[in-house]
Design a protein around this ligand. Structure first.
Ligand code: UT7
Length: 320
C-alpha cells in the first residue's frame, strides 16, 4: 500500500506596507467615527500602500514568501510550486505568482494565481495539498497577497473603512506522518450570490461594491457550516482543535461564528483590529502572530475558515 502524503505547513512569513491608516484618519474626509468603526467592525487601523506609488501585490507577496523560506531554511531552488491567492493582481498576466517566482529565483517552480477573493488562502492551501498528496511535488509556497486599497471607493463609508493591504505566505512540505499536515478540507461556492460582493474588471466604475448586511448573514451561516463539515469529514469534533483562525472581516462575524461553533474565546484568533480585512492575507497574518507567540508547536491542530466574494467558502483543518 502506498503511504499517505499530506502538505504540512513548516513556516509562515508576512509583509504589510509601512503606512498605517487609523479610524481617525477617515473622520477627516468621511461621515464616520472611530467609535462607529470599532463598535461595528472591531477594526482600529489598517496598513495601506502609498497612493502615489502603490507597492504591487507581488512585492508584498515576495517579501512574505522570502521570510517564510528563510524560516523554513529552504532555498528558492527547492520550491516546486507557487500558488498565490489574490483578487488584486499586478496584471491579468503575468500572474502575481510568476512575478514572485522571478523575484525570489524559484526557477524550477510552477506558478499560478487563484481567484477566490477572501477565501483565497483556503483554496490555495487545498490545491497545494492536492498537488503534494498526488506525489509529484514536495514543497510549495502558498501565498495570499492583496493591495485592496487600490480597489476601493473612498467615498463609500460602508466599504472603504473595512480593508487593509498585506500579504502572508506559508511553505508547505510533504509529510508522511499520520495525522499531520492538511487533515481535511472543504470548499464550496455559490455563484448565485455573486452580486452581493463585486469588483468589476471592466467598465467605468471599477471599485468594490458590497451589500454588507447580506454578506454578513451569509458569512456567519456559511463559515459555521463549512467548519462543521470539515470537522465531520475528519472524524473529529470542534473540541479537538487548539485554535480557530477565521478570515478577519469583522469581529462581530467572528464572534457569531465562534458562538455557533461553541468555541471558547481563548481558541479564536482575532487580529483584525490592527490590519482590517486583508482578504486572502488575513489567515496567514493571524497565523504568524500565534506562531511568533510560541503557540504553534508539534501536534497543534488549527482550523482555518473563510468566506469571500463569489461567494466562496473554504475550511481547512491542519495539524502542525
Ligand atoms: O471579507 C468578506 C467581505 N466583507 C464582509 O464580510 C463584510 C460584511 N459586512 C459587514 O462587516 C457589515 O455589514 C458592515 C461593517 C459593512 C456594516 O455594518 P452593519 O452593522 O451591517 O451596518 P449597516 O450596513 O446595517 O448600516 C447601519 C447604518 C447605516 O445608516 P442608516 O441607514 O441606518 O442611517 C449606514 O449608512 O450605519 C451607516 N454606516 C456608517 N456609519 C458611520 C455604514 N458605514 C458607516 C460608517 N460610519 N463607516
Amino acid at each position: 500500500m502506498s503511504e499517505t502524503r499530506n502538505a504540512r505547513i513548516i513556516s509562515v512569513g508576512t509583509s504589510v506596507p509601512e503606512t498605517v491608516m487609523t479610524n481617525s484618519d477617515f473622520e477627516r474626509f468621511l461621515d464616520t467615527t472611530d467609535e462607529w468603526i470599532v463598535s461595528r467592525t472591531g477594526i482600529k487601523q489598517r496598513h495601506i500602500v502609498a497612493k502615489e506609488t502603490p507597492t504591487p501585490a507581488s512585492h508584498l507577496g515576495m517579501e512574505a514568501a522570502g521570510i517564510a523560506l528563510k524560516r523554513a531554511a529552504c532555498q528558492p531552488s527547492e520550491i516546486d510550486g507557487i500558488i498565490c491567492a489574490t483578487f488584486t493582481p499586478d496584471f491579468f498576466f503575468p500572474s502575481t505568482a510568476c512575478r514572485i517566482q522571478a523575484a525570489l529565483g524559484c526557477r524550477k517552480a510552477f506558478a499560478f494565481d487563484v481567484s477566490a477573493a477572501c477565501a483565497g488562502f483556503t483554496y490555495a492551501l487545498t490545491i497545494a495539498n492536492s498537488f503534494v498528496a498526488a506525489g509529484r511535488y514536495n514543497r510549495i509556497l502558498v501565498i495570499g497577497a492583496e493591495v485592496i486599497s487600490k480597489t476601493l471607493d473612498w467615498t463609500d463609508r460602508s466599504t472603504c473603512i473595512l480593508f487593509g493591504d498585506g500579504a502572508g505566505a506559508v511553505v508547505v512540505e510533504a509529510s508522511t506522518t499520520p495525522g499531520r499536515g492538511v487533515i481535511s478540507s472543504y470548499l464550496q461556492s455559490d455563484g448565485t450570490l455573486g452580486d452581493i460582493l463585486v469588483l468589476p474588471a471592466w467598465g467605468e466604475k471599477r471599485t468594490m461594491r458590497m451589500k454588507g448586511n447580506e454578506v454578513f448573514k451569509h458569512a456567519v451561516r456559511l463559515m459555521t457550516d463549512a467548519s462543521e463539515k470539515v470537522m465531520a469529514a475528519a472524524g473529529l469534533t470542534l473540541d479537538d482543535i487548539d485554535y480557530f483562525i477565521p478570515h478577519q472581516a469583522n469581529s462581530r462575524i467572528i464572534s457569531a461564528v465562534a458562538e455557533q461553533l461553541h468555541l471558547p474565546a481563548g481558541k479564536v484568533v482575532c487580529n483584525l483590529e490592527r490590519f482590517g480585512n486583508t482578504s486572502s492575507a488575513s489567515i496567514p497574518l493571524a497565523l504568524d502572530e500565534i506562531w511568533a507567540a510560541g503557540r504553534i508547536t508539534d501536534g497543534i491542530r488549527v482550523l482555518f475558515t473563510a468566506l469571500g466574494g463569489g461567494l466562496t467558502v473554504g475550511s481547512v483543518l491542519v495539524c502542525f
